[in-house]
Design a binder for this molecule. Structure first.
Ligand code: NOJ
Length: 586
């Protein structure tokens, strides 16, 4: 028999082990290494993704209700060039076409989202269920399965029913949790016999911060310092509730998995030998991915968020923290509500410590709460979106961080990709080939490090509506000609490259991978010609239309030729007059 004190020591030891389930992440070692030739584990799942509002169009067709994005995009000045997702890629009418593109790539899975207001127009289930919306997703799912493509369905990719925003304040109000749960239950009931992989929320960070803190995204609220935290709090509760619903009511019959898709940029300390920079970088990641992952895996917000927001709130003279708290019951209800973790990742920042004093409550925000500054290396390539620098090694770092913090969960990469900014046609997207090649390679290295990644989803299948950037940023493997009413799709060179990665399940050797790149670039020039010919044809058709339609022709001539010419001439005239005036004064 062990003496009593030895037993107690053992107890304490076990307790300490349990409490520190999160391993330490080694911030001081960032070994980029060279390109690794090798293959992915057998059964690794390759996919591509999309979301409802970004691709479906048909915003007011067949009984669909309004979403906050329909309303937001119809207000002037919110979106680049006042673009909207009204018709977007017309995906609603192109199930067969798009499934054939997915087949062409030989994808194992396809990730799409279900539009809540297409199924429940007001968001409130007892009001009305729109069977036509159900029919659309039934067809999509059936087509995918008929072609041996596994559907991964996201329940919330940002298109909240407008009625729930107007009536309750959207994600600011706890009442939304039950409505979301009812919508999710409807999806399990109608689609769960065929969909076995569910994602509750896509990138809740954006919903909270851009929707309710900065207002760049729908519903466009600017509730600085509080809005994002409150929205996130309700989102986390809604996620947990839906997980429990699935677990207790559906899993037995349907045998599926349910997770959440979190976005996270990686934060690398500017100076890995400086403890302050390391702490700032860790804060950056904890305020980003950790904000949602820590409650879901450990039951509560990251300690660093509680400390920083709590301290700043009391410096502002507030009685309680701006970060809401979970009750003990809520903590245990939320903890462990994740069968797999979806990770969306695009880019990296260097991080350094920077204090933001917070005496005035009006200046406090999610961003200043973190006390840090973000930097980028000017050598990092940034072919597309302003925020998207290609830093492949950051991906491996992030995946290893997730492994160390949350006891090596099952991971699906739910988004990874790069955009281009050109409005003109560019099918020979060599930079995207480089991006995919290097990022996928870093994921392979992470798997060798022991990270449990089961699948990868390239973002995105098609060019599509890119939120506040409208159509100015193209993420697609397939180019979509938005000027043409039929929205035809054309493969970019990256399609050929990604296809080879998939068929080889990785990177066999240098010579072959280099050949894939060269071949991909060669083939894209023929697609380019096809697109150019189609563009010429549609320009000619437009000219003919203008000739045959005198009223439109007159109006377009006025707006496109007369107005700009008159403006330019007036400016010129003013400049000349001003010049004369100045000369005569001399
Ligand atoms: C994450 C969002 O989930 C997705 O909708 C968007 O297209 C990408 N970021 C790129 O900005």
């Amino acid at each position: 028999m062990l003496p009593r004190c030895a037993v107690s020591v053992c107890h304490v030891f076990v307790l300490v082990l349990c409490l520190s389930a999160a391993e330490d992440f080694d911030w001081t070692k960032n070994d980029h290494g060279s390109f690794y030739y090798g293959t992915f584990p057998a059964g690794f799942s390759w996919g591509a993704g999309s979301s409802a509002y970004q691709t479906e169009g048909a915003w007011d067709k067949d009984g669909k209700g309004l979403s906050i994005w329909d309303v937001f995009t119809h207000k002037r000045g919110k979106i680049q060039l006042n673009d909207t997702g009204d018709s977007s890629c017309e995906g609603y009418y192109k199930i067969k076409d798009d499934v054939s593109l997915i087949k062409e790539l030989k994808l194992n899975h396809y990730r799409f989202s279900i539009s809540w207001p297409r199924l429940i127009p007001t968001g409130i289930k007892s009001d009305h269920i729109n069977e036509k919306g159900i029919q659309y997703y039934n067809e999509l799912i059936d087509q995918l399965l008929a072609n041996k493509i596994t559907p991964i369905a996201t329940l919330y990719h940002w298109d909240l029913p407008q009625v729930l925003q107007d009536k309750y304040g959207g994600w600011q109000n706890i009442s939304i949790v039950n409505h979301f749960n009812e919508f999710a239950s409807l999806c399990f009931e109608r689609f769960g016999n065929r969909v076995k992989n569910w994602i509750t929320f896509n990138n809740p960070w954006s919903v909270a911060v851009e929707g309710y803190e900065t207002g760049e995204h729908a519903p466009g609220l600017r509730l600085r310092g509080t809005g994002a935290y409150r929205a996130a709090h309700n989102i986390i509760k809604a996620h947990a509730k839906v997980w429990h619903t699935y677990d207790t009511q559906w899993r037995g019959k349907q045998q599926g998995l349910l997770g959440i898709s979190l976005s996270g940029d990686w934060g690398e300390p500017v100076d890995i030998s400086n403890q302050k920079d390391i702490e700032a970088a860790e804060r950056y990641v904890q305020f980003y991915l950790g904000w949602f992952a820590t409650p879901i895996f450990h039951g509560d917000y990251p300690q660093v968020m509680k400390d920083y927001i709590g301290r700043k709130s009391s410096q502002q003279g507030l009685g309680t923290s701006r970060l809401p708290t979970f009750s003990p019951q809520e903590k245990s209800y939320i903890k462990g509500t994740c069968d797999f973790l979806g990770v969306g990742h695009f880019t990296t920042r260097y991080i350094t410590q920077k204090s933001h004093p917070s005496e005035r409550s009006s200046s406090s925000s999610y961003f200043t709460d973190r006390d840090l500054a973000e930097l980028v290396d000017p050598r990092w390539p940034d072919p597309g979106s302003e925020w998207l620098y290609s830093v492949p090694w950051g991906f491996r770092r992030l995946l290893n961080f997730v492994k160390s913090q949350y006891a090596n969960p099952m991971i699906y990469v739910t988004e990874n990709g790069v955009s281009e900014k050109m409005r003109c046609t560019e099918l020979c997207d060599e930079w995207r080939i480089h991006y995919f090649k290097d990022y996928i390679n870093e994921m392979l290295k992470a798997i060798r490090d022991g990270v449990n990644v089961k699948g990868y989803t390239a973002w995105s299948l098609l060019d599509k509506f890119e939120w506040d950037e409208g159509y100015s940023e193209r993420f697609g493997l397939y180019y979509v000609d938005f000027r043409n009413k039929n929205k035809p799709r054309y493969p970019k060179a990256s399609v050929q490259f990604y296809k080879r990665v998939i068929s080889s399940n990785g990177f066999p050797n240098q010579r072959e991978v280099e050949n894939w790149r060269i071949k991909a670039i060669e083939t894209c020039s023929s697609s380019n010609q096809l697109l150019a010919a189609e563009e010429q044809r549609s320009t000619a058709a437009n000219i003919l239309r203008l000739i045959h339609d005198p009223l439109t022709s007159h109006m377009e001539m006025v707006t496109e030729i007369v107005v700009p010419t008159v403006c330019t001439l007036s400016i010129l005239l003013c400049a000349i007059l001003l010049m004369f005036l100045l000369r005569s004064r001399d």
